[in-house]
Structures are given as C-alpha cells and as structure tokens.
Design a protein around this ligand. Structure first.
Ligand code: ACO
Length: 323
C-alpha cells in the first residue's frame, strides 16, 4: 500500500513585530486584556509590498532545504490561503513559477483557518491514489490586509506568516507503525457562514472587505468541534489519546487550546503553543507551529502528532500523523 510520509517542514515570519503595547498606543485595548482573553503577546506583520506568495515561497524554500528535495521533484503544490495575491490565478501557481518546479500541478484551497488540514487531506489523497509522488503543501496568509484596525474585537487576534510541509509517496507492507499520515477528517456547516466572515468580495462589493467575527459563537463551536474532530481522526487511525505525543492545534486562542486539551483528556504539556508569539495566522498556524516544534527538537521521528483546526465556514477537521 502507499503511504504519505512527511519529509520536511519550514516556516517564515515577516520581520516586523507588533506587540500588544504597540497596538494599545492607537486602540482602546491593553496588553493584559489581550493576553487574558487570547494568550497573544505579539504578531508579525508583512512589510509593504510583501505578498502572501513571498511568505509562502520563503516557507517552501526552507522545507525543501530541510528535506533535501529539489523543486523539480515536486509534482503537486497546494497552497491554503484566504488572502491570495490576486482574485485569480491561484497564488500557488506564482509560487510554482518562482520555485522553478517546471511541471506538475499547483492550486489554492480556501478553507480559512482549516485550510492547512484541508490541503494535507487533499495531498494525502493525491499521493495514496498514485496521482502524486512528492507534494508541497503551504499555508500562507497576510491577514493584516483584511483587518479593520479600528475594530479592537478582531484586529488584536491575527498576524501574518507562512509554513510548509513536504510529503512523499512511500510503498509500505502494512499501515502498522508506519511513519506518515495515518488519518484525516474534514467537516463543514454553512449554517454558520456569518459567524466568521469577510464583509467584502468580488461578487458582492468588488472590494476585499474586512474580517468580522462573532467571538463567543466561534469560541463555543471551536472547543466542541475540535474535540470531536481530534477524537474522530484518532479513531480512524485506531489510536487513543494516551498514545499521543503532541497536539498541534490551529493557533487561534490559548483558551480554546487549553479547553480542547482538557476535553480530550490530554496532558497540557503535550500542547504545542505558538499563538503567544505569532497570534492567529489562519492556515499558516499549524505548519508554522510544526516548524518551531521540530526545529527546537520537541517533535521527533516516531512521535504521534494530532493536528486540528477550525475556521470560517464553519469548516473544521483533524489529522493524525506519525512524524
Ligand atoms: N481590548 C479591550 N476590550 C475589548 C477588546 C480589546 N481588544 N475587544 C473587546 N473588548 C471588550 C468588548 O467591547 C466588551 O466590552 P463591554 O463589556 O463593555 O461591551 C468586553 O471586552 C467583552 O467582550 P466580549 O466580546 O464579550 O469578550 P470575550 O470574553 O468573548 O472575548 C474573544 C472576545 C477573545 C474574541 C473571544 O470571544 C474569543 O476568544 N473568541 C474566539 C474567537 C477566536 O479565537 N477567533 C479566532 C478566529 S476563528 C479561528 O481561527 C478558529
């Protein structure tokens, strides 16, 4: 049987750091309020002219370097983003060209903060069905461009960044104790379209619009749906929570992460947290957190890692990976 093995990861954060104290200079907010409600201390902001494709390209280059794979070997590039460079073509095709892939297929997926799990799931299915041998999946976002910087209930929560993973097809005899993607699951419920959305768009206002959110509503669904998705993905992989080495959740809010870990019965020390330094980077948050935890030696080969995310739609899902 064919398995998707993870062979490298990378991340990129823009140089400019905006702290909570910086924000409180022009906004009626405080460091203590933001940390207490979200766990966020700072976020990175893309420079003028620095685009989602630039962030994604930098993360992809680091993942390629860490895996020792040449861009020419990549036959599938999936970019998860809800802040593309242009309405079309897919920003993935710009990254394909800048990387010098030469051939293969590149496209974007749009599942907001759940975008990276969606890209992972699609790439895994391409590999398992034999349509791809080496896939590059990227989450890259410039949310600073769709924030209403006068709306203190949303603008303090987000940041810019990118992360990338490389998956490789591998023939295995059984799926027991193999390294790679053991399971994924995805769901959506469009009845909650207005819980988290951008109030503009090509077909509605012909503008990019600004992010709007019913914070309490999203919070409630996040804890419940993330817990259910993680348990579902563990069930598909025939694994129990006691076997999990690391939980790498979408980095939206420390309180959501803590509540989900508690509901899952997971030791809080197994939670990877980067939201304090990165804030919510939407589809980039999981691969960025992975690149930090692999880089500092916490996530090691053979570790069982659960990934989970929820975002606008609502769309949510999880994946179980043997690193
Ligand atoms: N600074 C100071 N005060 C603020 C701020 C701020 N930045 N933002 C809101 N407030 C005020 C409100 O105006 C309100 O004041 P009032 O009582 O005088 O009316 C008060 O704080 C409480 O506001 P609430 O919205 O009720 O605050 P809540 O406790 O719900 O916290 C938060 C807001 C942090 C957004 C919370 O609802 C939350 O964590 N929601 C989850 C949403 C999330 O994480 N989304 C990320 C995107 S979705 C995703 O990625 C999954």
């Amino acid at each position: 049987m064919i398995f998707s093995r993870i062979v490298g990861c990378g991340g990129y954060l823009p140089k400019k750091i905006l702290t909570n104290n910086d924000l409180s200079q022009n906004l009626d907010t405080s460091h203590d309020w933001i940390v207490g409600r979200s766990g966020i201390h700072q976020r990175h902001i893309a420079a003028d002219g620095e685009l989602t494709s630039d962030l994604g390209l930098a993360a992809a280059k680091e993942a390629l370097q860490n895996s020792g794979i040449s861009p020419k070997e990549i036959d599938l590039l999936i970019l998860a983003t809800s802040t593309p460079d242009n309405t079309f073509p897919a920003t993935a095709t710009k990254i394909q060209s800048k990387l010098g892939m030469g051939s293969g297929l590149a496209f974007d997926v749009q599942a907001v903060c759940a975008g990276f799990i969606c890209a992972l799931s699609v790439a895994n299915n391409f590999i398992r069905s034999g349509q791809s041998k080496t896939a590059l999946i990227i989450g890259a976002e410039t949310y600073s461009r769709i924030l209403d910087w006068n709306d203190r209930s949303t603008c303090v929560l987000f940041g810019d960044g990118a992360g990338a993973l490389i998956l490789r097809s591998e023939e295995v005899i059984s799926d027991k104790n193999e390294l790679g993607i053991l399971s994924t699951c995805m769901h959506s419920d469009g009845d909650f379209y207005n819980a988290l959305y951008v109030d503009g768009g090509v077909s509605t206002t012909q503008t990019a619009g600004y992010l709007r959110m019913q914070g309490k509503e999203v919070f409630k669904h996040a804890v419940e749906k993330l817990t259910a998705a993680a348990n579902e993905a563990l069930g598909i992989a025939s694994m129990g929570i006691e076997q999990v080495d690391w939980l790498v959740p979408h980095q939206a809010n420390r309180r959501i992460m803590d509540a989900t870990s508690k509901k899952l019965g997971l030791d809080i020390n197994k939670l990877i947290v980067t939201v304090d330094k990165h804030a919510n980077t939407s589809s980039a948050s999981i691969p960025l957190a992975l690149s930090v935890a692999v880089g500092d030696g916490r996530i090691c080969s053979g570790d069982l890692v659960v990934l989970e995310a929820i975002g606008g739609g609502l769309v949510w899902g999880a994946g179980v990976v043997r690193w």
